[in-house]
Design a protein around this ligand. Structure first.
Ligand SMILES: C[S@@+](CC[C@H](N)C(=O)[O-])C[C@H]1O[C@@H](n2cnc3c(N)ncnc32)[C@H](O)[C@@H]1O
Ligand SMILES: [Zn+2]
Length: 389
């Protein structure tokens, strides 16, 4: 295999040579004999930070499992960049194994890693016995994570973290609704805020899986960027904690005619007519209606040193926006869309936020969309704010 040497954080990685595995003149991860996507460095940097925060509250050593490891970019970074971590890595691709071992050696962490050529579900099942479970499990698959959730939930320790990535955004965002219903047993909705609905459906699938084992779920950090969704969830044993998580599952009602939207509980009756314009509403879900990130976890992440990451500036901006928006209501409004429906020029987004705040509402930017806001204001007040600028 042709290789390049790259550095992510403080970790050196031998990766498939970008000029050797191309499609239409550009590096194509799927052409390489072992998968590596440089665009996911931001996700790996954030994951290293999240793990650093988490290990401070756990007794060492911390057992991490990266069962879909590729060349080990995550598992090796965890062992190399986070104190007191041991990484168990696996991949079904036989070519991945020697590369993981080589990368571990390159960083002097061979004694902190174990590597298996094995199906991820099998690897996780083998650690589902009490005493063999992991503190932190990272599910980073091609497409949907749902195939691995059952074994991951059984292999995570009490109060451990299950981190999950999904790249099947087309089903989750409602482009292929039947695929979403099949995989997630949830109805997606193709709206301007479909990436948030998608993230909430993905989190919902973790919550529902955890509930089967009497685990309650807290969402520590979740987001949608580039082509993927990501969530860090903490699973804690207890039927009451499960009940609390279940109470945060629900549906989202959306009026395609006027843009009104509202969350409702799983067992709530609902009026199929929009309370604002009287047209029929659509319903998405079941999905997670709770907070998308935990403010105290984000504060701890913001205190972590990120100066050695290549993506440090992006992380800084991203975490600040996510911290601001994390206690805001469900969904967001794209100011360009509202302005064009009102046949108005698009006002500066900061002015819309100021105007809503002046009227006593909360309003923030959102990481989901550069031209959108989250707010406690009803849509009628946002429209008035745009008209008034
Ligand atoms: C998205 S890539 C992982 C990328 C890696 N986590 C990283 O950050 O560079 C998914 C990996 O899962 C492996 N894989 C796919 N199905 C698997 C399975 N059932 N069990 C184990 N590995 C599998 C693939 O060979 C591939 O390396
Ligand atoms: Zn309506």
């Amino acid at each position: 295999m042709d290789l390049d040497l790259v550095k992510e954080g403080t970790t050196l990685l031998e990766v498939p040579r970008s000029s050797s595995y191309t499609f239409q003149g550009r590096y194509a991860p799927f052409k390489a004999p072992v998968f590596y996507n440089p665009r996911m460095e931001f996700s790996r940097d954030l994951s290293v930070m999240a793990l650093r925060v988490f290990v401070k509250e756990r007794k060492p050593p911390i057992s991490v499992c990266d069962p879909l490891a590729g060349l080990g970019a995550r598992g090796i970074r965890y062992a190399n960049e986070v104190q007191n971590v041991k990484s168990v890595m696996g991949d079904l691709n036989a070519d991945a194994i020697p590369l993981i071992l080589k990368n571990a050696d390159l960083n002097g962490v061979s004694s902190k890693v174990e590597v298996f050529e094995k199906d991820a579900n099998l690897l996780l099942a083998e650690s589902s016995e009490p005493g063999k479970r992991h503190d932190f499990i990272d599910i980073d698959p091609f497409g949907t994570p749902v195939h691995f959730l059952s074994s991951a939930v059984r292999a995570v320790k009490n109060k451990g973290i299950l981190a999950v990535t999904a790249t099947d955004t087309a089903p989750l965002c409602g482009v292929h609704p039947r695929a979403c219903i099949r995989k997630y047993a949830s109805v997606p909705l193709r709206t301007e805020y479909c990436h948030e609905t998608a993230l909430r459906i993905m989190i919902g699938s973790v919550v529902m899986e955890a509930l089967k084992h009497d685990f309650g779920t807290e969402v520590l950090l979740s987001y949608s960027v580039d082509h993927y969704l990501r969530a860090f969830t903490r699973l804690t044993l207890g039927a009451r904690r499960g009940d609390r998580a279940a109470a945060d599952m629900g549906f989202l009602l959306h009026c395609p005619s006027c843009g009104w939207r509202e969350k409702i509980k799983l067992n709530a009756a609902f009026d199929p007519k929009c309370p604002t314009c009287g047209e029929s509403v659509s319903r998405a879900g079941p999905l997670w209606c709770g907070q998308l990130s935990d403010p105290s976890f984000l504060d701890k992440m913001l205190n972590e040193d990120r100066s050695l990451f290549n993506t440090s500036r992006r992380i800084e901006k991203f975490l600040r926006i996510v911290r601001e928006e994390c206690e805001m209501p469900i969904s967001f409004y794209v100011i360009d869309n509202l302005s064009s429906s009102l046949k108005r020029d698009v006002p500066p987004i900061k002015k819309v936020i100021e105007s809503l705040k002046a009227k006593g509402h909360k309003a923030t930017l959102t990481h989901f969309h550069p031209k959108a806001i989250k707010t406690t204001a009803p849509i009628s007040d946002i429209k008035s704010a745009i008209r008034g600028i």
